[in-house]
Design a protein around this ligand. Structure first.
Ligand SMILES: Nc1ncnc2c1ncn2[C@@H]1O[C@H](COP(=O)(O)OP(=O)(O)O)[C@@H](O)[C@H]1O
Ligand SMILES: [Mg+2]
Ligand SMILES: [Zn+2]
Length: 510
């Protein structure tokens, strides 16, 4: 006879249902698992055997073969221990078939039978829910994360024996009681406000545009001009995550094993400051058991690359395609995993090694070759994917002496939110949310230019030596500027401002 227990695997950040089936034949006692990677099988077999024995339960005196189906898909993670053990315990024990058929099981076993917390719970529970499964049995510490999905009964399980006795109707298990929690859409108070940044109104305006359309930007300016300070204030003007976005981001952090057990739902847009010493895998994701990298941990938020030229060139180059696609696929010997990465890149850099090239306040002490080599660290193709090139001038003394600026985060956030609302409405049902994500096939639909604007664009294209990509990105930025102006039409003024944000590559790279 055989017994089927449900669990799930994870590919990228999506879960998929897996059947655990045990077969018992009256032959020399043995225990094999098929369908798992070799190394994992060995370890999990030992844990399962010990956990069953140390719970005072019996492993049937048979030849046992456990099959994880479908066989073709890769199975990773230690959460298969518990469902495999349950499948073995089904044998001859008269367990409650309602739960066996309508539940999903996941968790790692320790040798004494205690259930240990695992990663990736949210995508697993979502996949079960989508298949109509009504109950989930998992480690206590993972209960709150599973409970994010409201229409499924979550059973926190302390150890294997408790669950076994529950399935035999000999002991009760409490369903996890959800607290009334507010989900998504919460505006949190930000400690850092744009009001602290004195002067620099053109820079603030550019960041407002970037935030409104989720565009990539790079700030170029002398040391001490406030680039880092300004970037750190960006989260304070971004709109709150919608529940849908919250779930997307939470799934990524779940798979990465970075969720808080106490408050697992991520409600605030990620802001990831990546250090320039970060490894390429740390940035892109991957590794032996693949995990999302910084680029995906920034999904629906901001990835901040401070001092861009300090980064390894090959690390930066790997960002090119994902920036275009909004997703990244990491390949390994055993297969590949795809993670979403729709986010804003915000970068900062000095214009030259000494930092004062064209600063207006200090003399630059670098030679032309030094400057050239410095800027060469950032390739043209990467720069081409950054929509706004923002020049950050050194702060004027008079500005510094000023009181707090009334160009503050709250007024900026309000304008950003209005522009985002327009975009959400316009792109409803199209699978994207912001102007920066308009696919090239739809540029002609959403970024229409009149005759005057067309001439302006043509002149800029020729005089700035723009690429086709830069051309499209300018149109998307112009769309955002028009949206901030609550104008369905992109005017020459909107377009001129957008083109203005592209002039730095000409100035510094040629
Ligand atoms: N516009 C500004 N208004 C107020 N303080 C500023 C401004 N620009 C710079 N500062 C001050 O100078 C410090 C250094 O700025 P920082 O952001 O580190 O410059 P950068 O990253 O461009 O080198 C900030 O922490 C802040 O105290
Ligand atoms: Mg800095
Ligand atoms: Zn210099």
């Amino acid at each position: 006879m055989s017994n089927v227990i449900y669990t799930a695997g994870i590919s990228g950040i999506e879960g998929y249902l897996i059947e655990v089936e045990s077969d018992f034949t009256p032959a020399l006692p043995s225990f094999d698992i098929v369908g798992l990677p070799d190394a994992a099988v060995k370890e999990s077999r030992e844990r399962i055997r010990a956990a069953i024995k140390n719970s005072g339960l019996m492993i049937p005196h048979r030849k046992i073969v456990v099959n994880l189906a479908p066989a073709a898909v890769r199975k990773e993670g230690s959460h298969f221990d518990f469902p495999i053990a349950m499948s073995i315990l089904c044998h001859d024990n008269g367990l409650n078939t309602y739960f066996i058929e309508n539940a999903i099981f996941l968790g790692e076993l320790s040798l004494d039978g205690t259930l240990r917390e695992v990663d990736g719970v949210l995508p697993i529970v979502i996949s079960a829910y989508e298949k109509g499964i009504k109950n989930v049995f998992l480690p206590e510490k993972n209960a709150k994360e599973a409970a994010i999905i409201e229409d499924i009964n979550v059973y926190p399980v302390k150890n294997l024996l408790d669950c076994f006795l529950f399935m035999k109707n000999e002991k009760g298990l409490e369903v996890y009681r959800r607290e009334q929690e507010q989900k998504g859409n919460s505006i949190l108070p930000f400690a850092e406000d744009f009001a602290d940044v004195k002067g620099q109104e053109s820079v603030k305006r550019a960041l407002e545009v970037a935030a409104a359309g989720a565009h990539n930007c790079v700030m170029v300016g002398a040391p001490g001009s406030g680039k880092t300070m300004i970037a750190k204030r960006l989260p304070s003007i971004l709109p709150p995550l919608s529940l849908q976005e919250s779930l997307e981001v939470t799934k990524i952090y779940s798979v990465a094993g970075l969720l808080s057990r106490e408050d697992p739902l991520i409600r605030v847009r990620p802001f990831r400051q990546v250090h320039h010493t970060a490894s390429t895998i740390g940035i892109t994701g991957g590794g032996k058991t693949p995990k999302p990298g910084e680029i995906s941990l920034s999904h629906r938020g901001v990835m901040f690359l401070d001092e861009l030229p300090e980064f390894r060139r090959d690390s930066l180059e790997t960002l090119r395609q994902p920036l275009e696609d909004g997703k990244i696929t990491v390949t390994r010997v055993t297969g590949s995993a795809t993670y979403p990465c729709s986010m804003m890149v915000v970068a900062s850099m000095n214009p030259c090694p000494c930092g004062f090239y064209s600063s207006g306040t200090h003399r630059c002490s670098c030679t032309a070759t030094q400057i050239k080599n410095y800027l060469k660290k950032i390739s043209g193709p990467l720069l081409d994917r950054i929509d706004l090139h923002i020049e950050v001038p050194s702060v004027e003394y008079e500005d510094l002496a000023d009181k707090k600026s009334d160009y503050n985060s709250s007024v900026m956030r309000e304008r950003v939110q209005k522009a985002r609302d327009i975009q959400l409405k316009r792109y409803q049902g199209l699978g994207f949310y912001t102007n920066s994500e308009i696919p090239s096939s739809m540029i002609d639909t959403f970024c229409v230019l009149g005759q005057e604007e067309n001439t302006l664009m043509k002149n800029a294209y020729e005089s700035l030596g723009l690429s086709a990509r830069a051309h499209n990105r300018i149109l998307k930025v112009a769309r955002t500027i028009a949206d901030l102006d609550n104008s369905e039409r992109i005017t020459a003024a909107h377009l001129a401002e957008a083109i203005g944000y592209r002039s730095l590559d000409k100035k510094y790279w040629n």
